[in-house]
Design a protein around this ligand. Structure first.
Ligand SMILES: NC(=O)c1ccc[n+]([C@@H]2O[C@H](COP(=O)([O-])OP(=O)(O)OC[C@H]3O[C@@H](n4cnc5c(N)ncnc54)[C@H](O)[C@@H]3O)[C@@H](O)[C@H]2O)c1
Ligand SMILES: O=C(O)C[C@H](O)C(=O)O
Length: 379
């Protein structure tokens, strides 16, 4: 257990870092609530205190950061019984805003929040972190393509990879949110060679959730009753939102989405483009990119990775390709995955029809091009 429960100051020294991620997947909150043993302890007023987990959020003074840090501090990411210490990094011009976020975290008096490191120093920010959510970067603005921001982000991710490699806790899990998310994650992997490739992921859960949302609206069903959509490939407009294996829970059992929608033209047309273009639609509407949905989806991504996916359910994560589904190895590509005991596994053996094959290949091709462009930015 960390000894100092106080909130720390901007640029302050770190608490002693814990050496590893101290979340035990077997003590999931829902199970913990049901366990007679834990309930007994609770009634006796004895809490099963866990060690705090250190969570880094880069770009914490930005709009996703502002939505994300209170979710983490409230237990949305790691569970309602998991104390956290937040490490927040931003760049010097944002230092004052970052301090404002820190002050608000103090003011919110989150019971699970055991400390805050708010800093513009990447080494201090990365020291001892168990989970790193990489949001910092240069966001795409209206009318800009993701490739326009490649070179700015590649250099950021190269240097932050080195800081994580040298100072993060062993087995640190990394989620890259900042665009181009897949390629930033790949650069991070390349420049942090001692962090296992399986620990470096990117966010396509927002796209996955958007796909669930579209199906739920179309069928007028609860979003929680829709599952097993897939986002294949890049977090970009070439991503392939696929409902070939998705189902909806109905009073008479699980039914295929394709059967219930009964409109392949919509599923292969408007549904796909709506999900692909949703980020751009939000930017057009808000003049800012999505923030609350991105933050919430980042929490979903880490929560499922650490605590596990429900039985019979998969989620989409951008992970290092091993050649599954004939996707070129060596790309960070979004696949359907299940998670157990803190490890993700690509769901194998799903049928891929000709229509889907073309879509999987097109988004892989874009990622290969992005990879080449990123490497050209490095030289
Ligand atoms: N993967 C996804 O699903 C998804 C969804 C939405 C947004 N995004 C991306 O997330 C990123 C952040 O979006 P936002 O709306 O919060 O942007 P924002 O501009 O509001 O915030 C970005 C923050 O990053 C900081 N920053 C810049 N360079 C940094 C560095 N080197 N180190 C640390 N911090 C740095 C900025 O000062 C700023 O505070 C963007 O790249 C955006 O395109 C991804
Ligand atoms: O498209 C963008 O740059 C915004 C973001 O990635 C999103 O999906 O909302």
């Amino acid at each position: 257990m960390e000894s100092n429960p106080s909130i720390m100051k901007v640029q302050g020294a770190c608490n002693r870092p814990s050496n590893h991620l101290s979340i035990r997947p077997s003590v999931r909150p829902s199970i913990a609530r049901l366990s007679p043993l834990l309930l007994g302890w609770h009634l006796l007023g004895v809490s099963m205190a866990k060690d705090p987990v250190r969570v880094l959020v880069t770009g914490a003074a930005g709009q996703i950061g502002y939505a994300l840090v209170p979710m983490i501090a409230r237990g949305v990411m790691l569970g309602p019984d998991q104390p956290v210490i937040l490490h927040m990094l931003d760049i010097p011009p944002a230092a004052e805003a970052l301090n404002g976020v820190r002050m608000e975290l103090v003011d919110a008096a989150f019971p699970l929040l055991k400390g805050v490191v708010a800093t513009t120093d990447a080494v201090e920010a990365c020291t001892g972190v168990n989970i790193a959510v990489m949001v910092g970067g240069f966001p795409r603005k209206e009318g800009m393509e993701r490739k326009d921001v490649m070179s700015k982000n590649v250099s950021i991710y190269k240097s932050q990879a080195s800081a994580l490699e040298a100072y993060a806790a062993p087995n640190c899990k990394v989620l890259v949110v900042a665009n181009p998310a897949n390629t930033n994650a790949l650069i991070l992997k390349e420049f942090a060679p001692s962090i296992p490739a399986k620990n470096i992921t990117c966010l396509t859960r927002l796209d996955h959730n958007r796909a669930l949302g579209q199906i739920s609206e179309r069928l007028t069903v609860q979003v929680s009753d829709v599952k097993n959509v897939i986002i294949w490939g890049n977090h970009s407009s070439t991503q392939y939102p696929d409902v070939s294996h998705a189902t909806v829970k109905t009073p008479s059992g699980e039914k295929p989405v394709r059967e219930l929608v009964s409109d392949d033209a919509w599923l292969r047309g408007e549904f796909i483009t709506t999900v692909q273009q949703r980020g751009a639609a939000i930017i057009k509407a808000r003049k800012l990119s999505s923030a609350l949905s991105a933050a919430s989806s980042a929490c979903d991504h880490i929560r499922d990775w650490v605590l596990g996916t429900p039985e019979g359910t998969w989620v989409s994560m951008g992970v290092y390709s091993d050649g599954s589904y004939n996707v070129p190895a060596g790309l960070i590509y979004s696949f359907p995955v299940t998670c157990n005991a803190g490890e993700w596994t690509i769901v194998q053996g799903l049928s891929v029809d000709e229509f889907s094959r073309k879509k999987l290949d097109a988004t892989a091709e874009e990622l290969s091009e992005e990879k080449a462009l990123a490497y050209s930015c490095l030289s």
